[in-house]
Design a protein around this ligand. Structure first.
Ligand code: ZN
Length: 244
């Protein structure tokens, strides 16, 4: 089955685990895609401490230009910075990227803090679908859900589907979930809520394709639902946002 992947990092990284080097450039990523039958993926920079995101976004743009049918480019930004609003405008209008990746834990911001109202209004005005890392603390699904509810037309993808993400999926129709690092039984529960809003995600190069694909494969759901998770839901979402 051809796979579409909603969560892939691309480009240079600082040091990570001693046994994993997350730096990966476009040509090598394409080789990995070919090995695992990945047709298309959302790609965005590795985590950084803010000041290097603009040049990392430039690399995403160059990569999308080189492989336009394989990469859907999302930019990254540190929303605390003065120039954050300017940078997301550049991401959309100069670089032509499709969406945003935000990591409230790494970028150290609480999404519902009034300081970020202007930022999220701009994200919504620019129609930039946003993938949030979801997890603990500032990344908790309840805080991200507040943004999704405030901007009901903005597609909000919550990364790393887990039990605490399920209620957000239930509560807001613009919330999508992505499967990297989850477990088969959590996928089964999410499919019960809405099989059209569950996307396959790998979080490559931090996680491995073999394991992340197996998580979805082993879920006890219909073949039709697997087809939607691996492929159809991604294609529909991307088609909709590209049209805007
Ligand atoms: Zn990631």
């Amino acid at each position: 089955m051809k796979i579409c992947d909603a969560h892939v990092h691309l480009g240079k990284s600082g040091p990570w685990q001693p046994y994993v080097n997350p730096t990966i450039y476009a040509n090598d990523l394409i080789k990995l895609f070919d090995k695992y039958d990945v047709e298309q993926a959302i790609v965005f920079p590795n985590p950084n401490v803010g000041d290097k995101y603009p040049q990392m976004n430039d690399y995403i743009r160059a990569s999308v230009r080189k492989y336009p049918s394989r990469f859907v480019g999302f930019g990254r930004v540190d929303p605390r910075r003065e120039d954050a609003v300017k940078e997301i405008d550049r991401i959309k209008n100069d670089l032509g990227l499709t969406g945003l990746k935000l990591h409230p834990f790494v970028e150290c911001f609480r999404p519902d803090h009034p300081f970020f109202n202007k930022f999220f209004k701009k994200v919504n005005d620019l129609k930039l679908p946003t993938l949030f890392h979801s997890g603990d603390g500032f990344s908790s699904p309840g805080l991200i859900l507040k943004i999704a509810k405030k901007y009901p037309k903005l597609p909000v993808i919550m990364g790393h589907l887990r039990e605490s993400t399920l209620s957000a999926l239930k509560e807001s129709e613009n919330v999508y979930v992505e499967t990297s690092g989850t477990l088969p039984d959590i996928i089964e529960l999410s499919v019960d809520i809405d099989e059209d809003r569950v996307l396959f995600g790998s979080d490559v190069p931090y996680y491995r394709y073999s394991a992340q694909i197996a998580i979805v494969e082993t879920a006890e759901i219909s073949q039709k639902a697997k087809g939607k998770i691996f492929h159809d839901n991604f294609k529909r979402l991307i088609k909709n946002v590209m049209r805007k």
